[in-house]
Design a protein around this ligand. Structure first.
Ligand SMILES: [Zn+2]
Length: 71
């Protein structure tokens, strides 16, 4: 079966809004696993909700290692 998928999965078109929250599959050393989106462009800038550490990752990494969440 290789029909056209009804819902194409394309990480480029995924809407990532600054100010939204993502949960990491692995906890940050500070103990928090919640990250706030600061910037969403070609790369995603995330701020740790626990220690305010800022990381920049790709959309592919975000999809693999994070899950969208609400506080
Ligand atoms: Zn942290």
């Amino acid at each position: 079966m290789n029909d056209l998928p009804q819902t194409p999965v394309d990480c480029q078109s995924q809407t990532i809004v600054p100010g939204s929250y993502f949960k990491s599959k692995k906890k940050h050393p500070c103990g928090s696993d919640v990250w706030e989106v600061l910037r969403a462009g070609a790369d995603i800038k995330l701020k740790c909700n626990g220690c305010a550490h800022i990381i920049t990752i790709t959309r592919a990494q975000l999809k693999k290692q994070f899950k969208e969440t609400t506080l």
